[in-house]
Design a protein around this ligand. Structure first.
Ligand code: NAI
Length: 320
């Protein structure tokens, strides 16, 4: 199997100055891509800025014989980040939305400022840079975009309401971008990684952290951005060398409404076990499929053949 090359491709890695972003930037550089290393150089809490973070990685790439330029703008100003790519390399093929910070606090104590800052960097930042590359990618009928979500968004994590909301927001953003980009050859995928970086130092225990290096996250990101990868709209959780794909699963549920009868909260209570019963599940992958399921339920109700409802026994397949 040949190695995955990126010769002639232009990659923007936001937050590429350290941690996961640095790992991606170096690898793309080694594999022939022109790399824009964007980094504001702020603290993990998003305070201050320095050109050093981006400059160090640009130098590392150049020392390895690769081509790279630095950009020091915050991802909130996507146009400026993309301008650096276009001015230096004349095109843009791949965007890795990776820049990020933390402002952890329990919800009770979280200020509006802490909430806003996290949305601004993660969700608005990814929006802003993606918006700035979108028409170029549409016109050239090619693009690869990565969103960086988090297990904290998918599962929730104590003290991270602001971060969890932003990280799940990115999944929603990617879900729809994947649909809108498809006919233009733009593929948008999302990763939910865990890795030992300055952001997770003190959160991930040292021993576990040794097994969770950023270099174990990098290979998926690089593959997802290659010409040969046809994946679009995927969400992947990965850490320590394990990679898996996520999707939504729902219970089969219950049809509670009956023709000619008022549907009541008591119906919901009586049928609750069937609503939340995971014994039978279904996987719905598009909004079209979801609407179709509603249509099927309504058709059953109108045909009077739903055997569920407050006055009826639970359908045998759903019975406990
Ligand atoms: P890191 O702190 O090592 O690197 C993040 C980089 O982003 C820093 O160099 C920082 O200067 C830069 N940055 C921060 N705000 C910026 C802004 N407004 N504009 C441009 N650059 C900015 O963190 P790490 O761990 O490498 O995180 C990378 C991404 O992965 C983040 O989005 C983070 O939320 C996400 N993530 C990380 C996990 C982990 O276990 N390390 C877990 C889940 C998600």
């Amino acid at each position: 199997m040949g190695s995955l090359r990126f010769d002639g491709k232009v990659v923007i890695v936001t937050g590429g100055g350290q941690g996961l972003g640095r790992e991606y930037a170096l690898e793309f550089g080694k594999r022939g891509a022109f790399v824009v290393v964007n980094d504001l150089g702020s603290t993990p809490g998003g305070v201050g800025k320095t050109t050093k973070a981006a400059d160090n990685v640009v130098e590392e790439i150049r020392n390895l014989g690769g081509k790279a330029v630095a950009n020091y703008d915050s991802v909130e100003f996507g146009e400026k980040v993309v301008k650096t790519a276009l001015e230096n390399f004349g095109r843009i093929d791949i965007l890795i939305n990776n820049a990020g910070i933390l402002r952890d606090r329990t919800f009770k104590r979280m200020s509006e400022e802490e909430w806003d800052l996290i949305q601004k960097v993660h969700l608005k930042g990814a929006f802003s840079v993606t918006k700035a590359v979108w028409s170029t990618m549409q016109q050239q009928k090619y693009g690869r975009i990565i969103m960086t979500s988090s297990p904290a968004g998918i599962y929730g994590n104590f003290g991270q309401t602001n971060y969890s909301a932003a990280k799940m927001g990115l999944v929603g953003l990617a879900n729809t971008l994947a649909l809108e980009g498809k006919k233009y050859g733009i593929q948008v995928n999302t990763i939910a990684p865990t890795a030992m970086t300055r952001l997770t130092k003190g959160i991930i225990p040292e021993a576990a952290g040794k097994e969770m290096k950023p270099e174990y996250v990098m290979p998926l990101v690089v593959y997802l951005c290659h010409d040969s990868c046809k994946e679009n709209g995927g969400v992947f959780e990965l850490a320590g060398g394990h990679i898996c794909k996520l999707r939504w699963q729902r219970t089969k549920g219950a049809v509670l409404r009956e023709l000619g009868k008022r549907m009541t909260p008591e119906d919901v209570k009586e049928n609750w076990d069937a609503v939340v019963d995971w014994k039978e599940t279904e996987v719905v992958q598009t909004i079209g499929e979801s609407t179709m399921k509603v249509g099927e339920a309504v058709a059953r109700i109108n045909a009077g053949d739903n055997d569920l409802g407050s006055n009826h026994p639970i359908q045998p397949a759903l019975a406990k």
